[in-house]
Write a protein that binds this ligand. Structure first.
Ligand code: NDP
Ligand code: BG6
Length: 504
């Protein structure tokens, strides 16, 4: 969203030397970029957006003239915003010098404006402050909506009426989930388009910017050994796992209205699934990749209640420390039934994947933090070494693990003879461990990436269709309550059979 020098945006190569003053070719005026992080008091802004903006600044990817404004309802002075932001900035990317100085320089460009999300007056005041910083240059404005989706339209309306650029571009980055279901997603698009053109809207899914997710198609399409195995003929099941070892921690204002299915499954995990399972695209163009992803998603039957198990984390004590339950969070309404965990089995009805379960698990406050893709291969037919494994044939199957985070790695579990006398087999890993290969993972991708990593409307629709039975009810809690009771006994949940024999 920040790219494009022509329009007074960024240099194409990011380095201090290459940072240039963008000058408009017709007016000869210098230009500036003003970035407003709407929802700046929140979790996403603190954890990801400000650190990513700092990483861009550090690497010389922001133009010479830029200003960053935080905007939210919480009252905060500029200095308080800077203190808040400074706690999350790191120089972990590399050990280059002057990191502390760079942080200072970055923080000096950060300001805060408190306002309501539906107040044109408050946005008009923001506009006044932005103009002071833009100092008569051509102004390009980016609004990053780091807020719950139900207030996107209010913000876009106020920003476009009272704070859009009069002489440069105005762009908006919107976060997932894009709506609550197909209908609200379509309504959201319609409403946003009252104020913005399609090319001003950037729908972001930051999982698409994760290094190992980007690497998925490289792994498949540029290595001869994987693609021929990539089908029902050799693959027994595929697991897509998202697990966090911390709870919602003050994010109830957003999370409680959406739940884990909308927060993680409908977007991050279905995006990964589509990339994993799509046919070879005609080219690497965003359009061609998107077409293949849409085809896969449209070949999937919508999830039925029998295909999913849900849950909510409770309080527990470990090592003498008591961790709160989801409903103990002050920002979560008392008695909330919003799911914080879900496990689902999905199927793709096409020639390549017919009958292969794609098992998704997503949860908060679980015992580990990880995001992984695990590909479990079938048994070797008539395995000569069956006896070497005893009766535990499951141990003899190959598994490819793509560990998206933390400690990024790709490893393949293969069977191996244990050295020594006799013929005993064991599984070993062929391991591409990123840290060991000194491959560092940059932070700034989500803000820096081009259109290939942003989302198009039809992908949204296809993904909401798959989740339709789970999110269609006007009151999702009702659906979830019924289903929760239904799944209380393990034997009631047909889908659980797909998880049998699957490592946790
Ligand atoms: P938060 O709950 O932290 O909300 C962000 C800010 O929005 C809050 O600080 C609050 O600011 C305001 N807000 C919260 N709830 C409401 C409400 N009900 N009505 C009006 N304003 C509200 O959420 P996150 O920052 O975690 O998420 C924001 C968006 O970012 C979501 O769409 C989420 O899907 C997406 N996202 C989050 C990620 C993360 O790691 N957290 C990662 C990727 C995407 P104030 O009260 O000061 O106005
Ligand atoms: C966001 C969700 O999209 O992704 C959060 O809204 C979640 O609930 C976050 O914590 C996880 O992102 P990451 O990059 O930290 O795995």
């Amino acid at each position: 969203a920040l790219k494009n020098v022509e329009n007074g945006g960024l240099p194409t190569v990011c380095s201090d030397e290459s940072r240039i003053k963008a000058v408009n070719s017709t007016s000869g005026k210098e230009s500036t970029v003003s970035i407003t992080v709407v929802g700046a008091s929140g979790d996403l802004a603190k954890k990801k957006i400000f650190p990513a903006l700092f990483a861009l600044f550090y690497e010389g990817c922001l133009p010479e003239h830029f200003t960053i404004f935080g905007y939210a309802r919480s009252k905060m002075a500029d200095a308080e915003l800077r203190t808040m932001v400074s706690k999350t900035l790191t120089c972990r990317i590399d050990k280059r010098e002057n990191c502390k100085d760079k942080m200072e320089q970055f923080l000096e460009r950060c300001f805060y404006h408190s306002g309501q999300y539906d107040s044109e007056g408050d946005f008009a005041q923001l506009d006044k402050k932005l103009r002071e910083h833009e100092a008569g240059r051509i102004s390009n404005r980016l609004f990053y909506l780091s807020i719950p989706p139900n207030i996107f339209v209010d913000v876009v309306k106020c920003a476009s009426k009272s704070a859009s650029s009069l002489n440069g571009w105005t762009r908006v980055i919107v976060e997932k989930p894009f709506g609550r279901d197909s209908e609200s997603s379509a309504t959201l698009t319609r409403n946003l388009k009252q104020y913005l053109k399609e090319d001003q809207i950037f729908r972001i899914d930051h999982y698409l910017g994760k290094e190992l997710v980007e690497n998925l198609s490289v792994l498949r399409f540029s290595n001869l050994v994987f693609e021929p195995l990539w089908s029902r003929q050799y693959i027994r099941n595929v697991q897509l796992i998202f697990s966090e070892d911390f709870g919602t921690e003050g994010r109830g204002g957003y999370f409680d209205n959406y739940g884990i299915i909308r927060d993680i499954m409908q977007n991050h995990l279905l995006q990964i699934l589509a990339l994993f399972a799509m046919e070879t695209p005609v080219s690497l163009d965003a359009e061609d990749i998107r077409n293949e992803k849409v085809k896969v998603l449209r070949s999937m039957k919508p999830l039925q209640l029998d295909d999913i198990v849900i849950g909510q984390y409770k309080s527990h004590t470990k090592g003498g420390i008591t961790y709160p339950a989801y409903t103990d969070d002050k920002t979560v309404p008392k008695g909330s039934l919003t799911p914080t965990f879900a496990a689902a089995a999905l199927f793709i009805n096409n020639a390549r994947w017919d009958g292969v379960p794609f098992l998704m698990k997503a949860g908060k406050a679980l015992h580990t933090q990880r995001a992984e893709i695990r590909v479990q291969f079938r048994h070797v037919p008539g395995n000569l070494y069956k006896r070497s494994f005893g009766t535990d044939l499951d141990r003899a199957t190959n598994e490819l693990v793509i560990r998206v985070q933390p400690d990024e790695a790709i490893y393949l579990k293969i069977n191996n003879k244990i050295p020594g006398l006799g013929m005993r087999l064991d599984r070993s890993n062929l391991n591409l461990h990123y840290a060991a290969r000194m491959l560092y993972i940059p932070w700034s991708r989500a803000v820096k990436t081009g259109s290939r990593l942003f989302l198009e409307g039809d992908l949204q629709d296809a993904r909401w269709e798959i989740c339709k039975p789970l999110v269609a009810d006007k009151d999702p809690h009702k659906v979830f309550t019924i289903y929760f009771e239904f799944c209380a006994r393990r034997e009631d949940c047909e889908m659980l059979k797909h998880f049998e024999g699957v490592p946790a």
